[in-house]
Each structure stands twice: as C-alpha cells, then as structure tokens.
Design a protein around this ligand. Sequence first.
Ligand code: ARG
Length: 458
Amino acid sequence: AKQKLWGGRFTGETDPLMHAFNQSLKYDQRMHAADIRGSIAYAKALTLVGILTKEEETKIVQGLTAVGKEWESGQFQVQPDDEDIHTANERRLSELIGPLGGKLHTGRSRNDQVATDLRLWLLGQVSEIEAGLVSLIRVMVDRADKERDHLMPGYTHLQRGQPIRWSHLLLSHAFSFTTDLERLRQLIPRISVLPLGSGALAGNPFAVDRHFLAKELGFQSLAENSLWGVGDRDFVIEFMMWASLTTTHLSRISEDFIIYSSAEFGFITLSDAYSTGSSMMPQKKNPDSLELLRGKAGRVFGQMAGFLMSYKGLPSTYNKDLQEDKESLFDTVDTISSCLPIAEGVIATLNVHPQKMRQALTMDVLATDLADYLVRKGVPFRETHHISGRAVALAESRKCQLNELTVTDYKDLHPDFGDDVHGVFDFEASVERRQAIGGPSRAMIDRQVAVLREKLGG
Ligand code: ARG
C-alpha cells in the first residue's frame, strides 16, 4: 500500500478483493472533466494565497489540461493502483510534471473534492435534462394545439365519465411535466453550493478564497459549514426524488397511451419507430417504448430509496458509504436522460384516431349534462342527479340510448323537462359549456396552451 497516495502509515498490502471493492474509478471517471476543472480552480486559489508561485500554477494548470485531454481522447491509461478519479488524475499529473504535482492537494481533501466534482457534474446534467424536458413539453403543447378539437370520453376509474377533448388530456400531462420543470429549476440553487475549501472536514488552513473558487467554477453560493460541506448529499437525494416523480409522470402518461393503443380502445396507434413485434405472434405490434417508460419509474425510485437508506444512519461528515451516491445518481441521470427523448418521440409520432374516440362517446356520458339541464330550470342538483339517474335506468331497461327516450318520457320523469331536452345530447355543446378556467372548451384549451407556452418562455 506504500505506493498509494495515502500509503505512508501503511506497512501491509491491501487485499486484492478489498482493493477492487474500494475502487470507484470504473464509474466515477465520468466526472473527469469536473475533477480537472475543480483542480485548476484550486491551483489558482493556492497561488492567490502564496502556496504556489505563478510559474508553478502555470505548470500545474498545463499538466491538468493535458490530463483532461487524455481523458477526452480516450488515451488516459488507468493504473491498477488508481482508486478513484481524484487519485488517478493526481497520479497522472505528477507523472507529467514531476513532484510539483504533489503541491496541488495542499489543504484539500478528496472529501471536499468529490463533493465539489459531483455537484459540478450534476449541474451540467441538470441543464441537459432541463432542455430535454422543455422539448418534450413543447411537443405535447404543439400537438394539443394542432389537434385541439377532437372529442373523446374522459374517464374516472377507467369508466367513461364525461366528454373531453384529446387536447385537454394531453395538456393535463403537459402540466405535470411543467411542474417537474419548475421543481428541477428550484433544485439548482441547492446543487450549486461549493464544498471546495472545506478540507477533510475542519476547513481550509491556508485561507483560500472560497468566493474566488465559487466564481471560477460557477457556483451560486458556498457551503458555509465545512462539516456539512463534506457530509451533505441532500442534493443527490433531492435530485433522485425529483427524478422519481418525473418518471412517475412518464409512467402515468404511458399507462394512458398503452390502454388507448389497445385494439379495444383504438384511440391511438404508435409509430413503428417506437413499437416492437413478437417473436411468436406475427400480428403483434407492442408498445414497448411506453412499457419501458412505465417500468423505469420503479428503477429510479429504487435508486433513490437505496441511497437514502445508505445515507440515513451516517455519522457527521464524510464516511465511505457516501461513495454509494454515485452509481445511484449516475443510473438515475442516465435513465431520465434516456426516457425524455423516447417519450418525446413517441408522442410526436403517434397517430390519433378521432373517429374511434368519437365512437366511444356514448350518450350516458351526458347524464351529468342532463341533470344540469334541470338545474338551469331551478331544480336542486341533488334532485336532478336522481332524475337523470332514472333516465339512465329507463334507457337501460329499454336497451336504448338516452337520446332515444322521447320528450314525453322526459316530461314523465320531471315536468320541467321541455321540448328542447334533446339539445342536451350534443357532445360538442357539452364540452363548449365548460367555459370555466381549466375546462375542455376551445377557449380554455387555448388558454392552457398559452399558459404553458408562457411558462416555457415563449
Ligand atoms: N471515491 C471517494 C468517493 O466517491 C472519494 C472520497 C474519498 N475520501 C476518503 N476519505 N476516502 O466518495
């Protein structure tokens, strides 16, 4: 263990299995650019407090830049003793520039370094995920705008309830994703907190200018307590909670569309680009894209719950359990990053079948409107609900639809039914009566489209 960065106090060798068990380089190497950036900023901060001369700083920065280029071009040679991205980069730096490389870690610990790297790396990912989410919502809003008018049954308990518009349904999901977008943006100030300068736990003894470091690395604020700075992973948990909810929303829209794409509903068909077939049943076209989106939510929630369990019992500051944050976070980022463009593609390319939606609209979904007709004549709703229910029962007993009952039938049910009662049985009119904000009338769909576009920024 003597050749390890921390080998001084060791006489014995690390067990090979322990070495492999401890090693995080295979996954944390994806933070190589953040690690180099953090080190360059730290070298500059060391110069400002006189630990490095300007020439030393230049050599270190050049060396770090060269190490960074090796990673980018795939030339970086991992050595068996490299433990993690931090030790690997420092080892390579010293190979390139000699013992001067050993000055870089002055006053710094991998504890403040890893927390800095992870936050920096996540901030970069968040802006890509944010762009992916905006793009998904835009596709949904554009589609709702173009297909504003199609009527379909709205369901509760998966039983036909009242007529709505297809656009209204699409927009309902777009609103969920927009709250996800708002929540994601709200995470940023809490991720963008700089731990660097916290040392191993007790702060930095060389008075490095942490405001300078924050500015160099683009952090919004400083970890104001060094113990917290090295030990906090709330930002990891919070991001994974965010991802759990966002993938849950992806799962729910997927479930709607899986149902609507079944032959029994036939409201939509997925594009071939997002469907797959069966190895046995030649006729099958399966909505695998949507099923995978639905399945991924479980995986993301699992990563979140898994690391939260690792985190919950830890004593203050850094403990090696915290290394478990990375695979959970990376998998979560990879999963959400792969889900968003798939969801967007599925939604952009699916075909809607308005005539099928229309066929699914049976007259019973206007039973509420029938009750409302009498309400407008002054009858209390509790009574009109009952009368309309009796009309439904009567139609059922005659095996006919509500609009096939005669005016006389209706007048027998209640004297306030007039000759115009059949005017109720118009799906379009029902939807257009819903002029209150939030409803499925054309004007309110237009409003929802405008509200969402405003939130997305034009
Ligand atoms: N690879 C470590 C991690 O991911 C870096 C920090 C190690 N610090 C330490 N004191 N062992 O957490």
